[in-house]
Design a protein around this ligand. Structure first.
Ligand SMILES: Cc1cc2nc3c(=O)[nH]c(=O)nc-3n(C[C@H](O)[C@H](O)[C@H](O)COP(=O)(O)OP(=O)(O)OC[C@H]3O[C@@H](n4cnc5c(N)ncnc54)[C@H](O)[C@@H]3O)c2cc1C
Ligand SMILES: *[C@@H]1O[C@H](CO)[C@@H](O)[C@H](O)[C@H]1NC(C)=O
Ligand SMILES: *[C@@H]1O[C@H](CO)[C@@H](O)[C@H](O)[C@H]1NC(C)=O
Ligand SMILES: *[C@@H]1O[C@H](CO)[C@@H](O)[C@H](O)[C@H]1NC(C)=O
Ligand SMILES: *[C@@H]1O[C@H](CO)[C@@H](O)[C@H](O)[C@H]1NC(C)=O
Ligand SMILES: *[C@@H]1O[C@H](CO)[C@@H](O)[C@H](O)[C@H]1NC(C)=O
Length: 469
């Protein structure tokens, strides 16, 4: 899974309102424009940016998207042997934090309900089986301890903020709150709490930012939505909510699908976007919503090159990779809980499992999925399948684990349209970097998207100044 990186995107688009105000006041200058605003990328950010412009009375925008449909990292695919297929989510899958009482509602939850998407509560903490090197072994007490340790980590992070102390890694934080997680069971439990969420280790992650991330989603004391996690199980795909939202206001000529941007040229008088086909699109403004990974990999050329401050911001944030591995078997032979945790002596080796063959999800489907890191992307499917089956044979020593009838995992890191799953905040990343990641370059080139959200990562400005200790 991943922390809800969706809910804050509409909030992150305040920039777009400012852009809308300017787009209205542009004087008809130099050469003929194809649109006032080119929205580069048709993920959740691009669609909500378009809606924001539409609401401000700007209709001469065009969404330019490489894929054949809107949705971006909301990516569903039919999976399974013939006659046993189910629509699964290769990307985002959960609405994390919905609404508590009449408190603030997660805007994604609002859209999911508006468009009637089928979801079900996923009990990450109350419905879990535990396994180790010899098969089933009950370490739910160790697991619950890791839940408490993480809460202590976020509280200690808040105390650092109050005392205006600088950030550190989440590993430093864990050590300072007394959690040294060295046994296989403790490491697996910590992974479930931390790495599964941030797609990186505590060593790689900011202590304070990872605490903000948790608090703003789940902690109702600070404006979070509550601890409900809803899993999308709709045969139209999780993407349906944003496609249906777009369909309410987008005209056919406002969307260019199958159009890959190769170059963005910007000047004082406007922007020119070159497509892979060689076609040029001219506009007053461009709003680039491509993933941080795309910007980091030079998949798109900027002319002139982005200024140093922008490049430093882009390269200082991290694009992490979270990979789901799906297997289908002739019949279910595993746990009856929703989740399972496997403690390997190597930290993070195929630790998190979820049964989809469960009354709350897809009963009778014979599908289970696991989780692993970027490492497997470079391996052939056959090798990953062998590793995964090896782990399953360890977890279920008394079962003759059969060959799966279907197997699939997406390669998000290798995909040139994404280059990872979502961003993570390292401890060496400062508030100024984040402001620069979000900032426009000159008057004409603007940026938005998951990695640029200020709300999600919190407002660091007051305590990140090292000289104020
Ligand atoms: C495996 C995985 C699991 C996740 N789990 C969750 C979850 O459970 N809950 C949650 O809230 N979030 C989750 N997320 C994160 C969430 O999906 C993202 O934060 C969100 O979808 C990002 O939206 P965006 O519009 O900012 O970016 P994107 O969706 O990346 O949109 C950018 C668009 O730009 C397009 N593009 C890229 N390059 C070009 C180019 N050169 N030319 C033209 N178009 C281009 C892409 O095709 C894409 O459609 C997950 C993500 C992944 C990958
Ligand atoms: C876009 O629309 C706005 C508002 O109608 C208008 O002021 C502007 O001139 C238009 N720009 C282009 C390039 O058509
Ligand atoms: C996009 O490309 C796909 C695959 O070639 C094609 O099936 C689809 O019709 C195209 N869509 C548009 C809008 O051009
Ligand atoms: C969390 O903090 C409380 C209060 O200091 C402490 O009693 C508890 O042992 C801590 N739990 C863990 C798992 O560190
Ligand atoms: C997170 O929430 C806890 C509990 O409300 C709070 O004590 C802590 O200060 C918060 N952490 C941060 C970084 O704000
Ligand atoms: C596996 O079989 C052995 C021998 O019959 C038995 O002792 C053990 O409890 C079984 N383990 C499980 C998990 O069922």
């Amino acid at each position: 899974m991943s922390l809800l990186r969706l809910w804050f995107i509409p909030a992150g688009l305040l920039a777009c309102s400012a852009l809308a105000a300017r787009a209205l006041s542009v004087d008809a200058s130099t050469h003929k424009k194809d649109a006032a605003v080119l929205i580069l990328g048709g993920g959740v950010t691009g669609v909500i940016a378009a809606r924001t412009l539409h609401e401000r009375g700007i209709t001469n925008f065009t969404i330019v998207e490489a894929k054949g449909e809107l949705g971006g990292r909301l990516s569903s695919q039919s999976f399974g042997a013939p006659g046993k297929q189910v629509t699964l989510e290769l990307g985002a899958n959960w609405v994390q934090g919905t609404q508590t009482g009449d408190g603030p509602a997660n805007p994604i939850w609002t859209l999911v309900q508006k468009h009637g998407l089928h979801t079900h509560f996923n009990d990450w903490y109350g419905s879990i089986s535990t396994y180790g090197a010899t098969g089933p072994v009950d370490f739910v007490d160790v697991f619950n301890n890791a839940v408490d340790a993480y809460t202590n980590l976020t509280i200690a992070a808040g105390a650092r903020v109050d005392k205006r102390l600088v950030d550190g890694t989440a590993r430093t934080g864990y050590s300072l709150v007394g959690d040294k997680s060295q046994t296989a069971q403790a490491m697996a439990s910590e992974y479930y709490q931390f790495d599964w969420e941030y797609a990186q280790t505590p060593e790689q992650s900011s202590w304070i930012a990872s605490s903000w991330g948790n608090n703003f989603t789940y902690n109702t004391d600070v404006g979070g939505f509550g601890d409900d996690n809803q899993m999308a199980l709709d045969e139209r795909g999780f993407k349906y909510f944003i496609q249906a939202e777009g369909a309410e206001f987008l005209q056919p000529d406002q969307v260019r699908l199958n159009s890959t941007v190769s170059k963005i040229t910007y000047s004082r008088s406007g922007v020119t976007v070159e497509l892979g086909s060689g076609e040029l699109l001219h506009a007053d403004y461009a709003l680039c919503t491509f993933s941080l990974g795309v910007l980091q990999h030079d998949d798109v050329v900027f002319e002139p090159a982005l200024p140093d401050w922008k490049q430093e911001a882009i390269q200082s944030m991290v694009m992490a990779t979270y990979t789901k591995i799906f297997l289908q078997f002739p019949a279910k032979f595993w746990f009856d809980t929703e989740m399972a945790l496997y403690a390997d002596s190597e930290r993070g080796r195929y630790p998190v499992w979820q049964s989809l063959d469960h009354e709350n999800f897809f009963p009778g489907s014979g599908i289970i999925f696991g989780d692993y890191s970027q490492r497997i992307e470079a391996l052939p499917d056959s090798q990953v399948q062998e590793e995964v089956l090896g782990v399953m044979r360890t977890m279920f020593p008394n079962v003759t684990v059969p060959e799966p009838i279907a197997f699939h995992f997406p390669r998000w890191h290798t995909d040139p349209l994404f280059r990872g799953s979502y961003s993570n905040w390292p401890s060496s990343f400062f508030s100024e970097h984040h402001e620069n990641l979000r900032a426009n370059v000159g008057e004409r080139l603007w940026f938005a998207g998951e990695a640029t959200s200020q709300k999600y990562f919190g407002q660091f400005d007051m305590y990140m100044r090292r000289d104020e200790r």
